[in-house]
Ligand binder design. Sequence first.
Ligand code: UT7
Length: 327
Amino acid sequence: MTITRTLVRGVGGYLPQRILTNQELEKTVDTSHEWIVQRTGIEQRHVAAEGEFTSDLATHAAKRALASAKMSIEDIDLIIVATTTPDLTFPATAALVQNKLGMSHGIAFDMQAVCSGFVYAMATADSYLKNGLAKRALVIGAETATRILDWEDRTTCVLFGDGAGAVVVEAVQLDEGAPEQGILASRLRSDGTQWEKLYTDGGVSTTGTNGHVRMQGKEVFRHAVGMITDVVDGVLADAGYTADQLDWFVPHQANRRIIDGAGKKVGIPPEKVIITVNKHANTSAASVPMALNEAVADGRIKPGDLVMLEAMGGGFTWGATLIRWTD
Ligand code: UT7
């Protein structure tokens, strides 16, 4: 007897060149570096250049993930792009990424779960691979979040940034009793009754515009830690582990205080928590794969490690995935 497991084969990330510091924002909105750092932990964010689109960021990250997996685009038969800031209303940004990678075979589609998009996409890719719909997937989180900000609204414009992260995953048949590898368990949740707490005030079918991010920050904050710990504890229970057995916690990077609160409640010591929010700000669906990429690239996350990904965001949506690392 064999079982199908989804193994991580490679990781990549991409940040646009331009860095926007808190000090620069102080010149255009009524805010201060001290306020932003104290309330969020954010010191700077990257901003995509004019003419640089979500599909460009995604393609750069995808190429790096393919290189790290020692694979070419011919090896891939599924691309999922998690994004809230697509290049166009249609086709899917994933189709545009396919085009940029020269891929005309396989499946490509977008996943819209806002900041939880990458975790949703990992769980979706895992299901596709386990059901035999595809063999190897590029799972990408990519955002040009700064393009849906109201730069006069200090309560939101200081919080977000642009970037992309990608992983290559592969379905592998493992003999029963073989050492545990790959995605072990995932939980996804949403609660649409809370949508007005974090949304854009426009869209294709309502205003015919993109709209801007609107957020009841305190309300989001109030729910965040509880939602995160709910799915993280659930995934640990599903896989038969406890928090003290985790090697790494890779949370969505929205706010340092939320990350610290969730880590504490779950019972994960700060030295096992990957933090990039200070440099990247909140990059929505790109934040988890970019944090993952950084921790793999600098040698913290190693093969054999037990790694917990989690995210929460607009919808509300939230989710977590537990991986026995194999990259
Ligand atoms: O991916 C999930 C998406 N989002 C999140 O996870 C964000 C969740 N929420 C948060 O991170 C926090 O609620 C914020 C960082 C957005 C705000 O922090 P807070 O401690 O909840 O502040 P607040 O909204 O209660 O605002 C406190 C004060 C207010 O002034 P008054 O009414 O006390 O005079 C705000 O007007 O801070 C003011 N304020 C600012 N001051 C300087 C709000 N934004 C700013 C700003 N600079 N950028």
